[in-house]
Design a binder for this molecule. Sequence first.
Ligand SMILES: C[S@@+](CC[C@H](N)C(=O)[O-])C[C@H]1O[C@@H](n2cnc3c(N)ncnc32)[C@H](O)[C@@H]1O
Length: 207
Amino acid sequence: MDVHCEAVLAEYEKRAGEEAEVLHSLPPAEGMSRRDEFLICVGRHTGTVLNILVARDDGVRHILEVGTAYGYSTLWLAEAARATGGRVTTLELHPGKQVYARGMLERAGLADFVDFRLGDALALIEDLAEPPDLVLIDLWKELYVPCLERLLPRLAPGAWVAADNMLDPPAHRAEAETYRAYVRHTGRFDSVLLPIGSGVELSRMRS
Ligand SMILES: C[S@@+](CC[C@H](N)C(=O)[O-])C[C@H]1O[C@@H](n2cnc3c(N)ncnc32)[C@H](O)[C@@H]1O
């Protein structure tokens, strides 16, 4: 991580820390209705694991992120992609978040390693030019299963799939468990729940 990336990460984490207090003080229904205002991100532990997975596995070139938001996890993925000659494609529904993410990645010196795509991820997945070697699934939680359904025929052999928010927030635990059961039911992955950050289901497609 160079100084430019660290400076941008520090700015993200300051914002996330300040906003977490506000978000937790809101009634759940209001937090839900205002969720686009907040930088709800994977956090440093999960960012580091994703960065290591890309940087340490020679096969990871085509990286797909489903749910850019403000670009925090994009930065961790893109920093590793720059080191390995890979590229990140990141999908987001909200135009303002994408603009913000692009600006932060430019400041980190990483925008040249990212393709930002705007629209419904479930449709955008169908247009992917390359089979992803690694996917981060981190969009709204009721879409995890439809997202993996669309990815299944498109993943590269041996692809990694990391799904965030498996343990936290508790309000989404049922959707997380449905996703984890679905991954196992496919019979296509070796899969483990990592108790880092908000909980990550890390799955590797059997070759
Ligand atoms: C939890 S945030 C992603 C956080 C991000 N990965 C990070 O760590 O910084 C989830 C994002 O998914 C986006 N999203 C939700 N449904 C989507 C869809 N159908 N297509 C594309 N993006 C979607 C939301 O707008 C939101 O920005």
